[in-house]
Design a protein around this ligand. Structure first.
Ligand code: SIN
Length: 323
C-alpha cells in the first residue's frame, strides 16, 4: 500500500529525508529504525571540501528557519571513503531505504565529475542541487535559467547510470518552465522545492542577523508555496515529482501526494524531532487504511475531475439537472 516508484526506482514507502537536514542519516540512526524509511538523501556533496558561510548560519523564524550554511562539506573523496559505506549499511543491501546522493557543482564539469563518481560507487539515485541560494552570491545560476538547467541535467544524464532528480528553486517567476527544461535534459524526476530566499534583521545593531546577510527559508511557512509548485509542476511534466517543504505529518504528506508528488521529503521538522520520518511512515499506513486508498490512487488526485455524487446537481449542464 505504501510502495511507490520514482521512474525505475522502487521505494518501500514515499518518505525520504530532505538533503541537509539529517546529515547522511548515520548521525540519526540511534533515534529510530531508519531501515523503515523510503530513502535517505545526503547533504550536498561537492568536488572539493567547502568551509561554508560565516556564522551565524541559522536563524529561527515564526514558522520555520533561515539557513545560510553555504554547502559546508568535506568533499567527494571524504564522502566516498567515509560516509557512503555508512549510508550503505543503513540501506541493508537494498532491502531498506534508497540511498540518494545530493550533488552540488559550481560548473557543469563539477556536476559531471560527481555524477560519474557516485554512479560508479553504486548509489541508488542522484539529486542534482541546482538551487542552493547560499552560494555564488545567491545567483542560483542553474535553476533560474532554463537553458542552463537543461544543459546541466543533460550533462549529468550522459554519465549517470542511476536515476537523476533535479532539485529546483522556488525563487523564480515560473517554476514549470524550469521543470520542463530539466525534463528535456533527461531528468528522471523533479524535487521541489528548495528554500525561499529570506532575511532577518537585528534593528538594534542595524545589521542582518545571518553572517552572509541572506539565507534560505524552510519549515511550515513554505508548505503552501511548495504545494502550489508541486501541483503546477506535476501538471506540466510527465516525470515523477518529489515534494518537499514544511512537512510535519502524514496529513502533510498526503496533501503533497494529492498535489501530484510520488514521494515526499521531510526536512526542517527533523531538527526538532529526529524520529519523525519513521512515525510518519506508520501514520501514513493508518491514514491510507482508514481511507481505503493507496499512494498510487491518491497521487495527483486534485488534477482529476470530481465525479458527481448521486443526486447532486450538475451545474455544467446549465439546466440544474440532477443525476
Ligand atoms: C546550504 O548548504 O546552504 C543549504 C543547501 C541548499 O539550500 O541547497
Amino acid at each position: 500500500m505504501l510502495q511507490t516508484t520514482l521512474g525505475s526506482l522502487r521505494l518501500q514507502n514515499p518518505i525520504l529525508s530532505a538533503s541537509g537536514t539529517f546529515g547522511s542519516g548515520w548521525e540519526g540512526r540511534q533515534f529510530s529504525d531508519l531501515g523503515r524509511t523510503g530513502g535517505l538523501v545526503s547533504k550536498t556533496v561537492t568536488v572539493l571540501p567547502r568551509h561554508g558561510n560565516p556564522p551565524p548560519r541559522i536563524q529561527e523564524t515564526p514558522a520555520g528557519m533561515l539557513n545560510s550554511i553555504g554547502l559546508e562539506n568535506k568533499g567527494a573523496d571524504w564522502f566516498l571513503a567515509d560516509t557512503l559505506p555508512k549510508m550503505k549499511q543503513l540501506a541493508a543491501g537494498g532491502a531498506g531505504p534508497r540511498i540518494v546522493i545530493n550533488i552540488g557543482g559550481e560548473s557543469i564539469d563539477e556536476f559531471v565529475q560527481l555524477a560519474e563518481r557516485f554512479s560508479a560507487a553504486g548509489v541508488d539515485a542522484l539529486e542534482v542541487n541546482l538551487s542552493c541560494p547560499n552560494v555564488q552570491e545567491g545567483r542560483l545560476l542553474f535553476s533560474t535559467e532554463p537553458r542552463l538547467t537543461e544543459q546541466a541535467v543533460r550533462a549529468v544524464k550522459r554519465v549517470a547510470t542511476v536515476p537523476v532528480f533535479a532539485k529546483l528553486s522556488p525563487n523564480v517567476t515560473d517554476v514549470t518552465v524550469i521543470a520542463k527544461a530539466a525534463e528535456q535534459g533527461g531528468a528522471d524526476g523533479i524535487t521541489a522545492i528548495n528554500t525561499l530566499i529570506g532575511m532577518a534583521i537585528d534593528w538594534r545593531k542595524r545589521r542582518p542577523i545571518l553572517g552572509r546577510g541572506i539565507g534560505g527559508l524552510s519549515g511550515p511557512a513554505i508548505k503552501p508555496v511548495a504545494l502550489r509548485m508541486v501541483h503546477d509542476i506535476a501538471r506540466t511534466v510527465r516525470i515523477p515529482v518529489i515534494g518537499v517543504g514544511g512537512v510535519r505529518s502524514a496529513d502533510d504528506v498526503l496533501e503533497f501526494v494529492c498535489a501530484g508528488a510520488r514521494a515526499v521529503q521531510v526536512g526542517t521538522a527533523m531538527f526538532t524531532d529526529p524520529t519523525l520520518m519513521v512515525r510518519i511512515v506508520d501514520d501514513l499506513r493508518e491514514r491510507l487504511a482508514a481511507a481505503g486508498t493507496t499512494i498510487d490512487e491518491l497521487c495527483g488526485s486534485v488534477h482529476r475531475p470530481v465525479p458527481p455524487a448521486p443526486g447532486a446537481c450538475q451545474p455544467d449542464q446549465g439546466r440544474g439537472a440532477c443525476v
